[in-house]
Write a protein that binds this ligand. Structure first.
Ligand SMILES: *[C@@H]1O[C@H](CO)[C@@H](O)[C@H](O)[C@H]1NC(C)=O
Ligand SMILES: *[C@@H]1O[C@H](CO)[C@@H](O)[C@H](O)[C@H]1NC(C)=O
Ligand SMILES: *[C@@H]1O[C@H](CO)[C@@H](O)[C@H](O)[C@H]1NC(C)=O
Ligand SMILES: *[C@@H]1O[C@H](CO)[C@@H](O)[C@H](O)[C@H]1NC(C)=O
Ligand SMILES: *[C@@H]1O[C@H](CO)[C@@H](O)[C@H](O)[C@H]1NC(C)=O
Ligand SMILES: *[C@@H]1O[C@H](CO)[C@@H](O)[C@H](O)[C@H]1NC(C)=O
Ligand SMILES: *[C@@H]1O[C@H](CO)[C@@H](O)[C@H](O)[C@H]1NC(C)=O
Ligand SMILES: *[C@@H]1O[C@H](CO)[C@@H](O)[C@H](O)[C@H]1NC(C)=O
Ligand SMILES: *[C@@H]1O[C@H](CO)[C@@H](O)[C@H](O)[C@H]1NC(C)=O
Ligand SMILES: *[C@@H]1O[C@H](CO)[C@@H](O)[C@H](O)[C@H]1NC(C)=O
Ligand SMILES: *[C@@H]1O[C@H](CO)[C@@H](O)[C@H](O)[C@H]1NC(C)=O
Ligand SMILES: CC(=O)N[C@H]1CO[C@H](CO)[C@@H](O)[C@@H]1O
Length: 799
């Protein structure tokens, strides 16, 4: 069919005109535009260091029958493993098949594995080598369990919608920070030979209407369309994918939503155009689970693998489509070659690569693969990872670190271990982790399209224990969970402290607080795949803080937050002396917070998003709704363009509560000695060949910036020096570098930043290239997006 062939979701191009009554609207091309047709699908050619893998793949694919090639392109049922996606073996040729498995923070549906900090926690650490090490250790576990493709990291959503239920799976509300840390994750993971699936491509920025649904009149409501202009696409949403591709990512997962009204898994502009032509992708594209919406159309638009099944659109009917000429055989050859080449590229043809799904039996009583050796090596990374993602945003009169307290009191349902903690292969196949009961029962009662913003805020609270990871396919369960209260009790034993607690919703204070040296209140903000959050604060948790602070003049609030958490009800309460955003630390949660509160470790995290004062401060606080006449074709116009998060606050002159990049330490730092190299007579446009990641000279370092950071306090600590650039005609400031350094008290360190051609360019929609402008660029260096003591101007002259 013509329209299917051209990647468009829906039909009738000729309708449309503002005068039409809403009942006439049967096509959504009316609302925004269309996604341009980009055909044919480019063959993978094995550029750069992929050449050898392509050579081997071409030779192997040449020996395959039509049916064998076809079998590589879709998932089959697996009864022996709990892999969420399985590609069948071609035993005749020694290809063992593939296992694809969640999650972004550790192996899901498996036991004897670790639960690492989630994406948001990695973002808050701003530590590249830590992101790399986490990826390396985590992927070692995927490998041991027999996983070929680990379904992460997440760079979309990227926090465009403040209340998006999956923002915590992603790294940051900023393309530069997301891309830099995702690239490290890809390198770390693929260093183990595990293929990373960077997801979700692209513009996947809300859970509401993420998949088609049926309305009360039994009409199909299509997935939301993210309508994104070309400049915003390049400068914001494509940016972190480009970094991950440059780092060698072997797989990209297309998303559930539509882009400009064309489904992401059959959008020829995004798949054939942006990904496979402009960014020279050598690997393969897999659907998000059940994210396929056409057979012939998707193949021609650049999709390579359908999950979890080919039954709906591909499978046997795909061989028919090849035979009758609807899809050229060369497309199937390309799909098979891309898949096999990626398998070779990671060295998965090696006899030492564990067999498919070997450590993930469906039955918990089945044979196990224990990753204990890895666990031992991973311990420092798990703990350091948990520590560095905590962000201290308020600390009045050095209330923290605690100074040999005699009596500590602890409050809040988030302080204790949950009543149930089991991997999801025990709970049942599709269980949501961690036993957050009220949330679970609520979730099962809700459909994706439900109106949730009017629901009570209570539903965004995990009542049944400490929150260490969010819910859904991005979650896994570790070998244990160190809960804050448990760790504090251990600490009390060591320090001869008395600990008293009441972790109910309405503690009876009994005069304990007045006697306490400090009152710790643990609250949380839950989020899960499948649902956007009902807000970024809740009256239930806020009431608990207020109750404790009413009596306790040294109240310390710790929030395990799966996304942005506003704190207006208590940020200025004088009795609330300290506030910590504790994010989602994984299994070492309690040990990490205890170490930080007592000052064994110092806070060094920085916010990877902006904490505003009002909902209306954000450009897209809520997800978009379908309202008449859009109801069958929900639309989300990304009208704020590149001005998301702090760029929006800066552009509109809105004062945040805590800005992007902000975070306190137990020591203080001073910045000095800014030096910037100059650029003269450089080409305005790149001219390099395209390899994976785009034109190679986009990555040339053209400016070097250095500065000195001095630890002016009395304790050792780490500072994240941040570099922002004001590009002519662009946002006030954009993050373009960061360097985290450990500095002993009284000592100094040099920080350095290397700016690439891309870092200083803007996307030229006419030339369809990154454009380096002649002009004056403002350079800022400091400790947050608003605390930038060092500034200078960089002049660039292009020829
Ligand atoms: C999205 O933008 C289009 C084109 O400007 C406009 O016609 C439409 O009304 C907008 N949709 C919504 C839901 O605001
Ligand atoms: C979406 O439409 C906008 C506006 O026409 C255009 O600039 C952009 O390139 C389109 N992107 C895709 C992926 O279709
Ligand atoms: C892909 O390669 C095949 C075989 O060499 C060739 O027939 C086909 O035209 C190529 N497709 C494209 C889009 O270049
Ligand atoms: C292709 O896959 C199907 C379904 O798993 C299987 O029955 C069939 O034997 C496979 N064909 C070949 C040639 O491997
Ligand atoms: C970053 O993480 C690494 C662990 O990979 C750690 O050794 C290093 O100290 C951390 N850097 C800073 C500045 O905290
Ligand atoms: C809804 O529509 C589907 C086909 O589009 C049909 O099979 C089903 O019976 C309808 N359901 C109701 C309740 O009308
Ligand atoms: C070719 O086969 C495909 C898959 O069965 C089918 O959708 C399509 O309509 C067929 N086209 C022709 C021209 O027969
Ligand atoms: C799981 O395996 C055990 C031991 O082999 C067996 O006794 C049990 O019946 C199995 N359970 C299921 C649900 O298959
Ligand atoms: C901080 O300490 C100063 C000096 O001891 C005192 O005046 C002030 O009230 C304290 N502030 C708070 C919030 O405790
Ligand atoms: C979970 O928390 C809810 C709300 O506080 C409570 O009603 C329920 O009993 C708790 N469940 C368990 C198993 O503790
Ligand atoms: C702060 O604590 C004191 C008791 O120490 C209490 O009198 C006062 O009302 C509290 N302030 C707030 C805002 O809760
Ligand atoms: C990681 C780090 O620098 N930790 C230091 C924090 O500060 C204390 C002193 O309060 C030092 O002992 C730690 O080494």
């Amino acid at each position: 069919m013509f329209l299917e062939k051209f990647g468009l979701t829906l039909a009738v191009l000729s309708l449309c005109g503002l005068g039409h009554a809403e009942t006439d609207i049967t096509s959504d091309t009316y609302f925004y535009g269309e996604s341009p047709a980009v055909y044919p699908s480019p063959n993978g050619t094995g550029t750069g260091d992929w050449a050898a893998a392509y050579k081997k793949a071409t030779a192997l694919v040449a020996q395959m029958t039509l049916e064998e090639k076809n079998n590589l392109t879709f998932g089959i049922d697996s009864t022996s493993t709990s892999c969420v996606g399985v590609i069948g073996a071609i035993e005749r040729l020694g290809f063992p098949g593939m296992c694809l498995q969640d999650a972004g923070n550790g192996v899901r549906m498996a036991d004897f594995v670790n639960s690492y900090p989630s994406g948001i926690h990695v973002g808050a650490s701003w530590n590249k080598s830590l992101a790399h090490d986490r990826g390396w250790h985590m992927a070692g576990e995927f490998r041991t369990k027999g996983v070929n493709v680990a379904l992460g990291p997440v760079v979309a959503p990227m926090g465009r919608t403040t209340t998006d239920g999956r923002n915590w799976e992603g790294v940051a509300s900023d393309p530069y920070l997301s891309g830099a840390l995702a690239a490290q994750t890809v390198e770390g993971m693929q260093g183990q030979g595990v293929i990373t699936s960077v997801k979700h491509f692209i513009g996947y920025e809300q859970e509401l209407y993420r998949n088609p649904t049926t309305n009360s009149d039994n009409q199909t409501v299509e997935s939301v369309s993210s309508n994104i202009d070309d400049k915003t696409m390049h400068e914001a949403y494509l940016w972190p994918f480009q970094d991950a591709l440059k780092a060698g990512a072997g797989n990209i997962m297309c998303s559930y939503n539509r882009i400009n009204n064309s489904y992401a898994c059959q959008n020829s502009k995004t798949l054939n155009g942006l990904l496979k032509t402009e960014l020279g992708f050598n690997g393969f594209v897999v659907t998000d689970w059940y994210g396929q919406h056409s057979g012939v159309g998707a193949a021609l638009a650049g999709l390579d693998m359908a999950m979890p099944t080919g039954e709906t659109f591909w499978g046997t009917s795909f061989t028919e489509a090849i035979k009758n000429g609807s899809v050229p055989l060369s497309r199937l050859d390309d799909m098979a070659t891309r898949i096999i080449a990626t398998w070779y590229q990671m060295g998965q043809d090696s006899s030492t690569y564990p067999s498919l799904g070997v450590g993930m039996p469906y039955n918990i009583s089945g044979p196990h693969k224990i990753v204990s050796a890895l666990t031992k090596e991973a311990k420092p990374t798990l703990f350091e990872g948990a520590v560095e993602g905590h962000v201290l945003v308020k600390n009045v009169n050095n209330s923290l670190p605690l100074k040999s307290p005699k009596l500590l009191s602890v409050f809040g349902w988030d302080a204790t271990a949950p009543s149930q903690y089991m991997p999801s292969n025990v709970l049942a196949t599709d269980a949501w982790e961690d036993g957050y009961e009220p949330v679970l029962s609520w979730l099962s009662a809700m459909s994706e399209t439900s109106e949730i913003i009017n629901e009570p805020y209570d539903f965004q609270v995990a009542f049944n224990g400490t929150l260490s990871v969010g819910g859904g396919s991005g979650a896994n369960a570790g070998p244990y969970l160190s809960a804050p209260l448990d760790a504090l009790q251990q600490r009390a034993y060591e320090d001869n402290t008395v600990v008293m607690w009441d972790t109910g919703a309405n503690p009876d204070l009994l005069g304990v607080m007045e006697a306490s040296d400090a009152c710790l209140v643990f609250i949380n903000a839950f989020a899960t795949e499948g649902l956007d959050r009902s807000g970024t604060y809740d009256s239930y948790s806020d009431a608990l803080v207020a109750k404790v602070a009413k009596t306790c003049p040294n109240t310390i609030v710790i929030i395990h937050n799966a996304g942005t958490r506003m704190v207006e009800s208590f940020a200025e309460n004088p009795n609330v002396t300290a506030i910590v955003f504790a994010h989602l630390p994984g299994q070492d949660s309690g040990r990490a917070i205890a170490s930080l509160l007592y000052g064994d470790d110092n806070f060094s995290g920085k916010l990877p998003y902006t904490v505003g004062k009002n909902e209306s401060d954000y450009p897209a606080y809520w997800h978009d709704y379908a309202v008449k006449p859009f109801e069958l074709f929900p639309q989300s116009n990304f009208t704020e363009g590149v001005l998301t998060d702090y760029k929006w606050f800066d552009a509109k002159g809105i004062a945040p509560r805590y800005e992007f990049g902000f975070g306190l330490s137990y020591t203080t730092f001073a910045f000095s000695g800014l030096k910037v190299s100059s650029v003269d007579g450089i080409a305005a446009y790149p001219s390099g060949v395209i390899e994976q990641g785009g034109q190679v000279d986009l990555w040339d370092s053209i400016v070097k910036v250095t500065a000195t950071v001095e630890n002016t306090g009395s304790k050792s600590g780490a500072e994240v020096a941040q570099l922002y650039v004001g590009i002519p005609g662009g946002p006030v400031r954009q993050l373009r570098g960061f360097d985290k350094v450990k500095i002993a008290a009284g000592k100094s360190a040099e920080v350095s930043f290397s700016l690439t051609r891309r870092d200083l360019s803007t996307w030229d929609v006419t030339a369809q290239k990154w454009h380096l402008q002649s002009g004056e660029y403002k350079i800022y260096v400091g400790s947050s997006s608003r605390d930038l003591p060092l500034t200078t101007t960089l002049k660039i002259t292009t020829n």
